[in-house]
Write a protein that binds this ligand. Structure first.
Ligand code: GSH
Length: 202
C-alpha cells in the first residue's frame, strides 16, 4: 500500500488531498518536521535532501510533490481529476499543475525563509518585499484566469486545483494576503470547503 510521509502544512498535503479525492487507500505516516528528523539517516533514505513529501509505493520511493501527483494519477488513469489526455484543456491543466510549484512556490518559500525560518540576523526584508510583489503579479494572473470559472481549468475540479490550492492555503497561513483578488478568494474558499481537503488536513 502507498505510504505517505507527511507533516502538517507541508507539500505532502497535496498528496493526501489527491488520495482523498480519489478515494484511494493509503497509509499516512506523520513525521516530525524538524531538522533532527529530516536529516536523520532514516529520513534521508526516503528523501536524500531531507525534505517532504516522500512516498513509498511497495518499495518504490518517490519525492517531488508534483511528480508524485502525476504518478498517482497515472495509476488511476481516466479519473475525474484530469482532463482527457491530448485535449487543449489538458495542455492548460499541465501548465497550471506545474505553475503551482515552479512559479508560485519560489516566492512563497522566500517569504517563509526570510520571515520565519532563517535566524533573525540573516533575514533580508527586501527579499520578502520582492517576493510579495512577485506574488501580487501571480495572484493578478490567477484572478484574470478564474474570471467566470469555478476551477482553474473551468467547471471541473482537477489535480491542478490541488497543487494551487496548497499554495493558497500556505499563503493564508503565513499571512500573504490575496483578499484583494475576489476570484482567487472565492476559488480558495470553494477548494477548502471540499470534504477531501478537510480530511487531508484533519
Ligand atoms: N519541489 C519539492 C519541494 C520540497 C520541499 O521544499 N519541501 C519542504 C516542505 S513543504 C521541506 O521539506 N523543507 C524542509 C527543508 O528544506 O529543510 C516538492 O514539490 O516536493
Amino acid at each position: 500500500m502507498l505510504k505517505v510521509y507527511h507533516a502538517p502544512n507541508t507539500r505532502s498535503l497535496r498528496v493526501l488531498w489527491l488520495l482523498e479525492e480519489l478515494g484511494a487507500s493509503y497509509e499516512r505516516a506523520t513525521v516530525e518536521f524538524t531538522p533532527a528528523y529530516l536529516q536523520s539517516p532514516e529520513h534521508l533514505a526516503l528523501h536524500p535532501l531531507g525534505k517532504l513529501p516522500a512516498v513509498d509505493d511497495d518499495g518504490l520511493i518517490l519525492n517531488e510533490s508534483g511528480a508524485i501527483v502525476q504518478y498517482i494519477l497515472a495509476k488511476h488513469a481516466g479519473s475525474h481529476l484530469e482532463p482527457k489526455l491530448g485535449t487543449p484543456v489538458y495542455g492548460k491543466y499541465l501548465q497550471w499543475l506545474h505553475f503551482a510549484e515552479a512559479t508560485v512556490m519560489p516566492p512563497v518559500s522566500q517569504v517563509v525563509q526570510h520571515s520565519f525560518l532563517k535566524p533573525k540576523e540573516e533575514r533580508i526584508p527586501a527579499v520578502v518585499d520582492d517576493a510579495k510583489a512577485t506574488l501580487a503579479k501571480l495572484f493578478a494572473l490567477m484572478e484574470r484566469e478564474l474570471k467566470g470559472k469555478t476551477f482553474i481549468c473551468g467547471d471541473d475540479f482537477t489535480a491542478a486545483d490541488i497543487m494551487l490550492g496548497y499554495d493558497l492555503n500556505l499563503c493564508k497561513l503565513i499571512q500573504i494576503s490575496f483578499a484583494d483578488y475576489p476570484n482567487v478568494t472565492a476559488y480558495f474558499d470553494c477548494l477548502t470547503e471540499r470534504p477531501a481537503f478537510k480530511k487531508a488536513v484533519g
